[in-house]
Design a binder for this molecule. Structure first.
Ligand code: SAH
Length: 398
């Protein structure tokens, strides 16, 4: 058993934490002589020494740790982890039963009661992502209870806690079957190729599941679709399967070309009939304008921050500009699917960005649909700020 360290909370955060706010920030605690180490269990107390919550210490870009329980008697041990993981698995019962979707999130960190721990399911295989050394120090206990709760063909893991919060390059295999990659998963009947042992990313962002379905089912038939920041072209696949007249996928990363070809191929799509450009999106905007290219549907899903030799882009600052560039190559009556996973602003602010872009361009618009995280990406009650995904389907009015 780890020793408990008493840590005093600043009075202004006591109410929030009692109310279920899970993140422990550096500013939330009084400076003290206690030396907290990665994986230390903290007994959070108020200024009178009264118990408030139990947390663990683990440095992440977001904060210094996560609250685990508000019950003083509850011990942070195998039983605790087992309970949280079985509750999370039980919540996803309907996902396990759905045959045409075989990839989903099983455990969503703070939303399922353990910040810093993510578990995803990919057609029989599991992938565990560890976001701090602190949570990783519980690895043996967590893997032991995990194997009691689920039946994995094979287990892979991602370590996301080197000095800059980046992925730690390693062999991600942990146990069970090694699996052959690409592994093919289904999502609402679409196929996606994933690789659980190829760097930080797997080939698909599971949180966009509903957006891909909406694009396929309601916005693609007979349309020209431009997919910017396309990564492995997951949105382009959805568009083609929805009957798009043509797709153009644009991403700066060289590996996006073979990866996008692969996604098309596993769906029986002739990739040569689709356009795939390895290019900076901002250069592509100029290229398209010069060639008079316009699209019926444009997907915008940039990373929160991007840096190239020539420029830096941040969604929190530059989204209106990105939308204005997009408007120049979108047909009248067309659709812009504007997406961001930047947690530093909420849906309300995102809509202000959208409104600013359209009013600057003097173009009317109508919001048709909005999406945030799907049900398997559980977020803490009362704290919608952990629901980082924001997707708005905008109709450009003429
Ligand atoms: N929309 C994708 C995920 C995008 S991830 C999906 O749903 O699967 C962000 C992608 O943006 C990465 O693949 C990265 O290579 C790309 N990227 C970053 N900056 C870029 C730029 N300036 N131009 C084009 N692509 C860029």
């Amino acid at each position: 058993m780890r020793q408990l360290l008493d840590v005093k909370l600043k009075s202004k955060v006591v109410k929030e934490i009692t109310n279920g706010y899970p993140l422990l920030s550096k500013e939330a605690i009084e400076i003290s002589g206690v030396s907290m180490k990665e994986g230390s269990i903290l007994r959070l107390i108020d200024s009178n020494g009264r118990y408030i919550a139990t947390a663990y210490y683990g440095l992440q870009n977001k904060g210094i740790g996560w609250v685990l329980t508000l019950k003083e008697q509850e011990k942070i041990d195998k039983k605790f982890f087992g309970k949280k993981i079985s509750e999370a698995v039980a919540k996803r019962a309907s996902f396990y039963e759905t045959e045409d979707t075989t990839a989903f999130r099983v455990f969503n960190g703070e939303g399922d009661g353990i910040g810093g721990l993510i578990i995803d399911f990919f057609n029989g295989f599991y992938m565990v992502s560890w976001y701090s050394e602190g949570i990783y120090s519980f690895r043996d206990d967590i893997y032991q209870v995990l194997s009691e709760v689920i039946d994995a063909r094979g287990l892979y893991e991602k370590l996301r806690f080197n000095h800059n919060g980046q992925y730690l390059e390693q062999d991600d295999y942990v146990l069970g079957e090694k699996g052959e990659f690409p592994l093919i998963v289904s999502e609402n009947g679409m196929k996606y190729a994933v690789d659980l042992n190829d760097g930080a990313m797997t080939g698909i962002f599971l949180d966009q599941r509903k957006v891909r379905k909406a694009l396929r089912d309601h916005y693609s038939e007979g349309k020209t679709v431009l997919n910017t920041f396309s990564y492995t072209g997951a949105f382009s696949v959805a568009a083609v399967l929805g009957g798009a007249k043509g797709t153009t996928s644009v991403d700066l990363a060289k590996r996006s070309l073979p990866k996008t070809i692969e996604q098309f191929a596993v769906n029986g799509i002739d990739y040569e009939a689709q356009d795939i450009k390895v290019m900076n999106v901002f250069d592509y905007f100029r290229y398209a304008a010069r060639h008079g290219l316009k699209f019926d549907v444009v997907v915008l899903d940039p990373p929160s921050f991007a840096r190239t030799k020539k420029m830096t882009f941040s969604t929190a600052k530059d989204y209106p500009k990105l939308l204005k560039d997009t408007l120049k190559i979108t047909n009248d009556g067309g659709i812009i699917i504007a997406s961001t996973n930047n947690a530093s602003f909420n849906m309300k602010k995102f809509k202000i960005f959208i409104d600013k872009a359209f009013s600057d361009a003097n173009i009317r618009y109508k919001i048709l649909e909005e999406y945030q995280l799907p049900e398997d990406f559980t977020v803490p009650h009362n704290y919608p700020e952990f629901n980082y995904l924001k997707v708005v389907f905008i109709k450009v009015m003429n």
